[in-house]
Design a protein around this ligand. Structure first.
Ligand SMILES: [Fe+2]
Ligand SMILES: [Fe+2]
Length: 192
């Protein structure tokens, strides 16, 4: 359903568990970035039928997640600080073709893949973190990020032929796995 070329490595959680505080800070930044991505698409593609309305829902939900994450950090006495992002998103964005109409297609699919991977990782966190409140929260997030994946890929299918979307999604999904691996040993929500 999420169209990921490869599932998360089974040892990922063991690798990040000792750094769960860093993962929570990284995740907080990612919610902010997800809102920013959706908002910038609204600015850039205002005239695209349906796009501003559905993406405004994403902007609001991601900002809500951001606020919830800030509260969660405060409850856990973790400082919201700047950290070096994983090279993941930058690597994926580098695959976006620069000319239209390809540019919008790639942008929607890259945004969808990032949502899909986050969704998959939230499920792992929901199943494996010890803190029951945190596990419950990740269970809720899993559902909304799955919906965001669907919104982005549905928009792509609305504007482009289905076979073109499917072929490009396969290519970008293959690269998405390489982009995860690029984080090396640094523990992040989007590390390997
Ligand atoms: Fe989110
Ligand atoms: Fe999302």
């Amino acid at each position: 359903m999420l169209h990921l070329a490869q599932p998360t490595d089974e040892r990922w959680f063991d690798r990040i568990e000792p750094h769960l505080d860093v993962i929570l800070v990284d995740h907080t930044h990612l919610e902010k970035r997800a809102a920013s991505t959706a908002l910038s698409l609204i600015f850039k593609y205002t005239g695209r039928e349906g796009l501003p309305a559905v993406l405004s829902e994403i902007v609001q939900e991601e900002m809500e997640h951001f606020s919830q994450m800030l509260e969660l950090l405060e409850d856990q006495h973790i400082e919201f600080r700047k950290i070096e992002p994983a090279p993941y998103a930058k690597s994926l964005v580098s695959r976006i073709r620069s000319n239209e109409p390809e540019r919008l297609l790639d942008t929607l699919l890259v945004a969808g893949l990032i949502e899909a991977r986050s969704c998959e990782r939230f499920k792992i966190l929901a199943e494996r973190v010890e803190d029951p409140a945190l596990a419950d929260y990740y269970g809720q997030l899993f559902e909304s990020e799955a919906r965001h994946y669907t919104i982005y890929t549905d928009l792509a299918r609305r504007y482009y032929p289905g076979d073109e979307v499917a072929a490009r999604l396969d290519e970008l999904a293959a690269h998405e796995v390489d982009a995860l691996k690029a984080a090396g040993d640094t523990p992040r929500l989007h590390s390997w």
